[in-house]
Write a protein of this length. Structure first.
Length: 276
């Protein structure tokens, strides 16, 4: 069993056993058939992943590693808000006829801001500080821009990433306002672990810990039987992350630069419906 498996299983069991249901409340999310999508939730779950020990991907169910990596590059490298720049269809439900998801995610990271050193967008400012000001306690991003929320087709779920250098080790804190545990929990952990690893590599640092802070960790009503079925699956040791090229520039990374060695996981028997 991987550490990611252990954390995920414990989180989900705790949410189901001790969480709070919203079945007596009106809710925004709904299923494709129009039925309200209710959840059971726990407030403020904090998980720590030591990237020096293993790469935190689930084996109890398959996480689509390449697609997760493609999406994080779409947001942080391409700084795109258009689904036509993405190789999967996970954002199609929120895209308009042009493919835009509004002023969300990658759009926010690409907005330039003025500093005494010049103009930077949020990604480039982080990369600059990791090389020139690694002891800074101000290395972070935030895409929950209140002035632009009315032009976002979906408010950001994973909205802030804080980077902190200790010695030659890069650590990170991912803040997430909301996390659909079965659809997106490990997906996000995999993505931001890869992001931290990429940033460390191009900054001459070693990746350390990813801390994942979730304000509202929830499981949808239609997902509980899927989780219960998932518990019958075998679990395996975590795979080894392989980086195929010695990349020096974050913008040179490609999906094919990464691979998982000995990744064993059970494909889902039932498709996880996404609430919209």
């Amino acid at each position: 069993m991987s550490l990611a498996d252990k954390i995920f299983i414990e989180n989900c069991k705790d949410i189901i056993a001790n969480g709070v249901w919203d079945t007596d409340l009106p809710v925004r999310p709904h299923w494709e058939d129009g039925t309200p999508a209710h959840t059971v939730k726990k407030f403020c779950i904090v998980n720590r992943y030591d990237l020096t020990k293993e790469f935190p991907i689930l084996t109890i169910r398959k996480t689509y590693f390449k697609s997760a990596l493609d999406e994080i590059l779409w947001i942080w490298q391409k700084k795109s808000n258009n689904v036509h720049d993405l190789n999967s269809h996970i954002w199609d439900s929120w895209a308009d006829e042009t493919g835009s998801i509004g002023k969300a995610y990658g759009y926010q990271l690409g907005v330039k801001h003025k500093y005494k050193e010049g103009e930077f967008d949020q990604v480039d400012r982080v990369l600059y500080d990791l090389k020139h000001n690694p002891n800074s306690r101000r290395i972070l991003t935030n895409i929950y821009t209140f002035a632009d929320l009315n032009e976002m087709h979906l408010y950001p779920c994973a909205y802030s990433m804080t980077f902190n250098v200790s010695g030659d080790t890069l650590n990170g804190i991912l803040n997430q306002r909301s996390n659909d545990m079965l659809t997106a929990n490990n997906w996000n952990v995999v993505q931001y672990s890869l992001l931290l690893i990429m940033f460390a590599k191009v900054s001459g640092l070693e990746p350390g810990e990813l801390v994942h802070v979730i304000a509202d960790a929830h499981i949808y009503d239609r997902h509980i039987p899927i989780f219960e079925e998932m518990l019958k699956n075998p679990v395996y040791d975590a795979p080894k992350l392989i980086i195929k090229r010695d990349v020096k520039d974050f913008y040179d990374f490609r999906v094919d630069d990464f691979a998982l060695e000995d990744y064993k996981a059970t494909p889902l028997k039932t498709k996880i419906e996404v609430a919209i």
